[in-house]
Design a protein around this ligand. Structure first.
Ligand code: SAM
Length: 292
């Protein structure tokens, strides 16, 4: 197996194929072998797993996944990488590469078709310019046991943030609604070629099989979350009144009170259970319009 993380092998290989890194495609390739090894290991990839990889690049993580998983399906946008991947991962018969944009895939259908009978997982060193849309698509697909990804360290911190902290955001709530995050390890910029300007981190999201909240209407829940973070320094009452003009300020106040929260509470301090309470109170009010 070609050690694609060895820059004395990697650089001539890229030069031989006239390959130039594309910043626009988020191409920062791993040059430290411990990183892909640890991602595959910590993700718990084994012969019972079917792994969807996003952006194999020249294959450092792909190799480690193929060595452990029953099946790997990798989606890569940049067709220039084909002759290189033929050399670096062509020997694996448990690998299928889809040459396309991952954001154009029906992820749930793909997983169903490719990984029948296997534990579906997603693993990737993500192209950072589309971290949020990719993570959203993977979590919303609702078909993975876990999603283990390398992202910018600050994004990882945001995903794993606790209520009331500066990192807690609408994206935190979105991710934690679908999954339980765990920060795994940091990856310094020197582990990549070219070096990114930021430190990276690997995070795993274990998908919730059963959600510990009852949410009457998901759309209202996410609307509440959006409204609560839209005006971070304002009270929840102001946020709700602006995100739900139909409530008005007094209706928003009644909702907050009915959930046992103080009138001056700020949205960014609420747990998911509390966002759910607020959303459910609004949903109930909609089905009983005389209430507010
Ligand atoms: N996995 C390799 C590694 O760790 O060295 C490469 C990771 S690099 C950060 C991101 C990879 O995602 C690149 O190979 C890039 O071409 C690919 N990529 C970028 N946008 C993509 C998209 N929309 N769909 C699929 N792959 C994409």
């Amino acid at each position: 197996m070609i050690d694609v993380c060895d820059i004395h092998i990697m650089k001539p290989l890229l030069a031989e194929h006239g390959f130039h890194f594309s910043k626009a495609k988020g191409q920062n390739f791993l040059i430290s072998r411990w990183v892909p090894e640890r991602i595959a290991e910590d993700a718990g990839v084994d012969e019972t797993a079917g792994v969807l990889e996003i952006g194999p690049g020249i294959g450092p993580l792909t190799q480690q996944l193929c060595l452990r998983a029953k099946k790997v399906c990798a989606v890569e946008l940049d067709g220039r990488l084909k002759p290189i991947l033929d050399l670096t991962v062509g020997e694996f018969d448990n690998l299928e590469i889809i040459w396309d944009d991952v954001l154009k895939q029906d992820v749930a259908a793909l997983v169903k078709e490719k990984f029948a009978g296997l534990r579906p997982m997603a693993c990737a060193n993500l192209p950072y310019y589309i971290t949020s849309p990719i993570l959203s698509a993977l979590l919303e697909a609702g078909c993975f046991e876990s999603v283990t990804v390398m992202v910018q360290k600050e994004v990882a911190q945001r995903i794993a943030a606790k209520p009331g902290t500066a990192d807690y955001s609408a994206f935190t709530v979105f991710c934690q609604y679908y999954a339980v995050p765990e920060l795994l390890f940091d990856v310094p910029a020197g582990c990549f070629l070219p070096q990114p300007k930021v430190t990276s981190a690997v995070i795993t999201l274990k998908t919730r099989q059963e959600k510990p909240w009852v949410i009457l209407d998901e759309a209202t829940f996410f609307r509440v979350v959006k409204a609560s973070f839209a005006m971070r320094r304002k009270t929840l009452q102001n946020g709700l009144a602006s995100g739900f003009p139909e409530l008005g300020k007094s209706g928003a106040g009644e909702i907050i009170e009915s959930c046992g929260l103080p009138a001056t509470v700020r949205g960014e301090t609420l747990s998911i259970a509390q966002f759910a309470d607020i959303a459910n109170a609004i949903s109930r009010g909609k089905s009983n319009p005389d209430r507010f």
